[in-house]
Design a protein around this ligand. Structure first.
Ligand SMILES: [Zn+2]
Length: 91
């Protein structure tokens, strides 16, 4: 009932850029605050962060790898942000 506007998408994209740092606990305080403020207003990102947090914890039990690219891709797809994905194909 409240389709994301371009500016909201931009907020989501910026949030996702810092999400792996945030989930690793390595984000600066300002970024943490920004992410948490955005999550308070964006249900999509709340769900994504919650899901990702669990995913990252699972992965961490295996190895200290960064956010896997397929997880990132699904994350963007879930938010309909595929347009922002840089896949490296074509120019
Ligand atoms: Zn969002």
């Amino acid at each position: 009932m409240n389709p994301a506007s371009d500016s909201e998408k931009e907020e989501c994209r910026r949030l996702l850029d810092g999400l792996s740092l945030y989930l690793d606990g390595e984000a600066e305080a300002a970024l943490c605050a920004e992410i948490e403020a955005h999550m308070a207003e964006c249900e999509n990102c709340r769900i994504v962060v919650d899901t990702l947090r669990k995913t990252v914890l699972l992965y961490r039990e295996e190895s200290p790898a960064p956010l896997p690219s397929d997880v990132r891709r699904r994350l963007y797809a879930a938010l309909k942000l595929e347009d922002y994905l840089v896949t490296g194909k074509g120019e």
